[in-house]
Design a protein around this ligand. Sequence first.
Ligand code: CMX
Length: 134
Amino acid sequence: MNISHIEHIGVAVENLEESIKYYEEVLGLKCYAIEEVEEQKVKTAFFKVGDTKIELLESTSEDGPIGKFIAKKGPGMHHMAFAVKGIEENLKDAEEKGVRLLDKTPRKGAEGLDIAFLHPKSTHGVLTELCEKK
Ligand code: CMX
């Protein structure tokens, strides 16, 4: 793999507006973007912490990945995303090493990044995302 840094940490929340208040008023971070990703059935809010971002994820549908996650586990850390160079080659490499891919080829995620997920059952319990800004 060719990882440069942690691009973002995804946090599943029940209410985006309420959660933004905590990140801004208690942690002192600034929400710089709110974006809906229809395909993923989520509304997202972004904060920068150095080179890394925090992505808050509120579900827009009970049957989306965040809706299902919250119903099962409650709100909390949902995924970790690595910035990579050459996302297709990195996916191929992971698959060859026995990792189960949720996306065989990258697709468009929030902020226009190319993204792909690795299944948490083959990454020691952490839903893992690879991202590349092309
Ligand atoms: N972290 C760790 N484990 C997780 C998990 C997560 N985020 N989500 C689900 N799991 C576990 C479940 O606990 C369950 O484990 P058990 O079988 O031991 O109970 C197992 O994975 C299967 O979970 P499930 O509830 O049956 O859900 P699904 O298999 O239908 O979906 C997953 C799980 C990860 C395949 C699906 O959520 C997915 O494809 N995620 C990738 C896309 C995504 O998360 N999008 C939202 C973010 C979008 C963005 O960042 O823009």
